[in-house]
Design a protein around this ligand. Structure first.
Ligand code: 13P
Ligand code: SF4
Length: 328
């Protein structure tokens, strides 16, 4: 008798064929979701795939901003997000206007770089303070933020994107850790935002000390969404797929993984001779974990949840994504 999971997998494969659909999964998804996906990758790879893939339906196993990017890049395809409330809390930390929080007075504008902009302001506030300064939006932003930005970036290409611009000052939103890491790697001035990822932000230097003590031979790979104190202690700072490439190419055998634990699945699957330890076992993104095989089957069966970005936002947002794809 085939197991329930095997039956579900069969059902998904059949629906997929009937609908000429493709399943895209982020590296943080559950093991069984990554297993059934046609393509698994980091945000940059997923954007590239969404812009070029031949299919009628894209089923996105990830979070909202990723499905939005797929819809922006492929408006003629049906884009389905597997769980409607799979959002990214960091993406919700910045708004184009109408701040949710009560405003304080504007801070001074003479702080040494990087200047971190407080969350109670809006993107339009900061643009008004720095007219003509280009806005680099991390892909972990909503479509309307991308539409107000000049160019997007991911954790894999932030420095390259900043360096590609002719300007000496840039505004980089919304992740302060990614922006500060970019600031360390460019001579340009980076003005940033006070957003953060709660999964990476919780890691402290004490966690690195402990992991290094427990695994003295291991190299530490850390995601640029980690705090600066952690990145300073890392052997390699890179995106999720960058970690896959680094571990594969390295002659070392042990690695401490400073990102969401979903990445462990591919690291272990693609490197049988190497050992991987999570930097912290609780580096779990709850919204990334919402998607199950049942969610994928339901998405295909019920054609839900359709993500469609309105044209007046999609067109300028596509400009920002296309400029990034042109750089990397
Ligand atoms: P990557 O682009 O490195 O996969 O990161 C996406 C993300 O959401 C990190 O928290
Ligand atoms: Fe957002 Fe962090 Fe989850 Fe990535 S891991 S989707 S940045 S909350």
């Amino acid at each position: 008798m085939p197991s329930e999971r095997a039956l579900l997998r069969e059902e998904i494969l059949k629906f997929k064929e009937d609908r000429h659909a493709i399943i895209l999964s982020h590296n943080y998804q559950r093991d069984e979701v990554q297993e059934i996906a046609d393509f698994v990758g980091d945000s940059l790879e997923l954007s590239r795939t969404a812009s070029t893939i031949d299919c009628d339906v894209i089923v996105f196993a990830g979070v909202n901003f990723m499905a939005e990017s797929a819809s922006i890049l492929s408006p003629d395809k049906t884009v389905l997000l597997t769980e409607i409330d799979a959002g990214c809390p960091m993406a919700d930390m910045i708004h184009v206007d109408s701040p949710r929080r009560e405003r304080k007075s504007f801070p001074g504008f003479h702080n040494p770089p990087p200047f971190i902009y407080p969350l109670e302001f809006t993107l339009r506030d900061i643009k008004a303070q720095y007219p003509g300064v280009p806005v680099v939006a991390y892909v972990n932003t909503t479509a309307d933020i991308k539409a107000e930005s000049d160019i997007c970036c991911t954790s894999a290409n932030v420095v390259k994107v900043i360096e590609s611009l002719p300007d000496e000052t840039v505004i980089c939103i919304p992740d302060r850790n990614l922006s500060m890491w970019a600031q360390r790697n460019t001579k340009k001035r980076v003005i940033t935002w006070d957003g953060f990822c709660h999964v990476h932000e919780r890691v402290r230097s004490e966690d690195v000390d402990k992991a290094r003590k427990d695994h003295p031979k291991a190299l530490l790979m850390a995601h640029p969404e980690c705090r600066a104190e952690v990145l300073e202690m890392a052997d390699h700072v890179t995106s999720t797929s960058g970690m896959l490439r680094f571990a594969k190419a390295s002659s070392e055998k042990e690695f401490i993984v400073g990102t969401e634990i979903g990445l462990m699945y591919r690291l272990r699957k693609e490197n049988h001779d190497k050992i991987f330890y999570p930097l912290r076992k609780d580096m779990i993104c709850p919204t990334m974990k919402k998607t199950t095989l049942n969610s994928i089957a339901r998405a295909l069966k019920e054609n839900s949840y359709i993500i469609k970005v309105p044209e007046d936002i999609r067109v300028p947002a596509k400009g920002a994504l296309d400029r990034m794809l042109g750089v990397s």
